[in-house]
Design a protein around this ligand. Structure first.
Ligand code: RB5
Length: 142
């Protein structure tokens, strides 16, 4: 059974969240959508908190956050000590964020990247493992 992936966005990331949600549903990936649920303006720190709270109950779980650029929502999420959120604009960054940084949250900019790049990035993020070893030492220093 695949572990559940939590999704959350503000209005700037809403459209891309819906697209990624469809992609994950088609791939039978269990998800929980924490909102937002429309294009009405909301504040991204509130959605970063919702997702961070969920990950606190299961430190091995993962999430994907979306806002217009991915910047604000990743900044907000990284205020929580159990969150390692990686804002990625390439599949290579997503891969390295897992292998080297053990990122537990992927952040995407709904107004920055194309839809097909977004699904490539998500695929890479969810299918790449942490390499541990020397990287554990560094991640533990964060
Ligand atoms: C909302 O307009 C926008 O500021 C937000 O989605 C995000 O890009 C912030 O970093």
């Amino acid at each position: 059974m695949l572990k559940k992936i939590f999704l959350a966005s503000d209005h700037g990331g809403y459209r891309l969240k819906e697209l990624v949600k469809d992609f994950l549903n088609k791939n039978k990936q269990p998800i929980e959508d924490l909102g937002c649920f429309s294009l009405d303006a909301v504040d991204y720190p509130d959605y970063a908190k919702l997702l961070s709270d969920k990950l606190k109950n299961d430190l091995n779980s993962q999430g994907i956050l979306f806002c217009g650029t991915g910047i604000g929502i990743s900044m907000a999420a990284n205020r929580y000590s159990h969150i390692r959120a990686a804002l990625c604009t390439t599949a290579e960054m997503a891969s390295k964020s897992r292998k080297h940084n053990n990122a537990n949250v992927l952040a995407l900019g709904g107004r920055i990247i194309t839809d097909s790049l977004a699904t490539d990035i998500v695929n890479e993020f969810l299918n790449t493992d942490f390499e541990a070893g020397r990287h554990s030492l560094r991640v533990n220093k964060i």
